[in-house]
Design a protein around this ligand. Structure first.
Ligand SMILES: [Mg+2]
Length: 286
């Protein structure tokens, strides 16, 4: 029966809210679900409600020092239940990329134990002799305080030799140049890429982390969905750019490192922008 007053609650969000059409959601982690060790309010609830609504959810991060096993503990602390299959870190994605290109390849690595663990899980062979290397894989050589890791002290030289003498391919986990830390910024993977690139006057053959599409393609293949069926949720231009390159729906959240003004000044215009991940669920009415 027609009512004199329009039903404003029903019309607040049409049944086919454009964001709701997405079957899968790829979430960046830092700045979206947490800030360091602090959980973003109601982020675990947002993930739970999306899953309950039948959405497929996966998490991606440019972190180049941690394995998926390391990250499971982080997600447990946040109160978001995950399995290794739900996590696509740049360590894991890089290992998959190399293993797909050359199964069982001999790899000379610059980076942390988390990267070594993922390379080995992908069936790659870590070599200590740079002259044996078919691939050089570089992540960050620094610990969380910005000190070069003890076990990496000789590895810039090793990587240089593998690239110069052995003709190895040059793959980097992520392009991040610097990171904020408690006492000031610290070098990221960019410090290693920059040193090798300058010495050899050559760019990496591939950089896997965002804004590259590689890490997102691996997340999509884990979801078993096409880019057009998925949204990417992030707090940085790099998240939005990776999604746009693949034709995904892009969702910016204001809870992280970058302001919306800064994002726009970089010429990046996301499809949606929200204060926080819980606001994505507005299609359910709050
Ligand atoms: Mg982020």
């Amino acid at each position: 029966m027609a009512s004199y007053f329009p039903d404003v609650t029903a019309n607040r969000f049409p049944p086919q809210h454009p964001l709701q059409r997405n079957l899968g959601f790829i979430f960046d982690v830092d700045g979206v679900l947490c800030r360091g060790e602090d959980v973003i309010p109601r982020a675990p609830e947002a993930i739970e409600r999306l899953r309950r609504g039948g959405k497929r959810v996966i998490f991606i991060s440019n972190n180049s020092t941690k394995s998926r096993a390391d990250y499971i503990a982080k997600f447990e602390r946040m109160g978001i239940p995950v399995t290794p299959d739900d996590l696509v870190l740049s360590t894991y994605a890089t290992a998959q990329y190399v293993a797909q290109e050359r199964p069982g390849a001999k790899v000379y690595m610059v980076g942390a134990p988390g990267l070594a663990a993922e390379l080995e899980l992908a069936g790659l062979v870590l070599v200590e002799d740079p002259f044996q290397a078919e691939y050089v894989v570089v992540g960050s050589a620094f610990d969380g305080t910005g000190r070069i890791r003890e076990d990496n002290a000789h590895r810039i030289t090793g990587a240089l030799r593998a690239l110069y003498h052995a003709g190895a391919k040059f793959i980097a986990t992520n392009p991040d140049r610097i990171f904020p830390a408690k006492d000031g910024v610290i070098p990221g993977t960019g410090a290693v890429i920059g040193a090798l690139s300058y010495m050899l006057d050559r760019e990496p053959d591939a950089v896997i982390g965002k804004p590259s599409k590689y890490i997102v393609e691996i997340a999509l293949s884990r979801l078993g969905l096409s880019p057009g069926e998925c949204a990417i949720v992030g707090d940085m231009d790099t998240d939005m750019l990776a999604g746009k390159r693949l034709g995904m729906t892009t969702v910016f959240v204001r809870s992280g490192a970058m302001t919306e003004e800064k994002l726009h000044s970089l010429g990046v215009k996301p499809d949606f922008a929200f204060d926080s991940v819980i606001d994505i669920l507005a299609w359910e009415g709050g």
